[in-house]
Design a protein around this ligand. Structure first.
Ligand SMILES: Cc1cc2nc3c(=O)[nH]c(=O)nc-3n(C[C@H](O)[C@H](O)[C@H](O)COP(=O)(O)O)c2cc1C
Length: 208
């Protein structure tokens, strides 16, 4: 979907991401698929390069999920450019993202690769906007003799979804299915949380 539908009423979730070579795009598409698993929710998959045509879509979303590859131990530069732009386009206009839900995902070449730094960067970015951070909620796996590379959350993150793409493989085969399933889990979790928040807010405002 290129834009959210004009009809109000559904719960809207935007996935804003950067991908230099396509691997993180696969992860972003998996997050989108997880969002779409939940009825009553609309998903918008938005590369950071297109964000200037979509500030209104982001402002109307109930949740925004941030994604970027980890480059040099941090979110990639195009994602950082987007995040800095929000100071002018979102904060300065009255903290337009306050009380939205937020979550994040990142992909890199090494199994750790300092991906945690990128997830922390996303959580701080969300906090600066007054957003509510949704974590991954999957037990870390692949940490015992019975674990495997096929496990959900095989890389063992709590804060968001991690993926690992071998640097000699293209996006058609990397990241592996276990990391894409982990990303789908994050999308579904955020979609369910966004529905709970939206319905809870309706109840609170009806009672006020
Ligand atoms: C400039 C640059 C810096 C990178 N830095 C890291 C890093 O800090 N940690 C890591 O594990 N991989 C690093 N990588 C590997 C990428 O994270 C990896 O290839 C990833 O799959 C790229 O995702 P993309 O195809 O979405 O751009 C780096 C790659 C580039 C091009």
């Amino acid at each position: 979907m290129d834009n959210f539908s004009a009809a109000r009423g559904s719960t809207r979730i935007a996935i804003v991401y950067h991908s230099g070579y396509g691997h993180t795009r696969r992860q972003a598409e998996a997050v989108e698929a997880g969002v779409r698993d939940v009825a009553g929710v609309e998903a918008l998959l938005l590369p950071v390069e297109n964000v200037d045509q979509h500030w209104d879509d982001l402002n109307s979303a109930q949740a925004i999920i941030f994604g970027a590859p980890t480059y040099m131990g941090a979110a990639s530069a195009p994602f950082k450019t987007f995040s800095e732009a929000t100071s002018r386009t979102v904060m300065a206009k009255g903290y337009l993202w306050k009380d939205k839900l937020a979550a994040g995902f990142t992909n890199s070449g090494a199994r750790s690769g300092d991906k945690l730094s990128t997830l922390i960067q996303f959580a701080l970015f969300a906090a600066q906007h007054g957003m509510h951070w949704i974590n991954l909620d999957l037990p870390p796996s692949n940490s015992s003799s019975t674990g495997s590379e096929g496990d959900l959350n095989r890389l063992g993150f709590w804060l968001g979804a991690g993926a690992q793409s071998n640097t000699d493989e293209g996006p058609e085969t990397a990241p592996p299915e276990s990391d894409l399933a982990t990303a789908r889990h994050l999308g579904k979790r955020v979609a369910n949380a966004a529905l709970q928040f939206a319905r809870g807010r309706d109840v609170v405002s009806a009672a006020a």
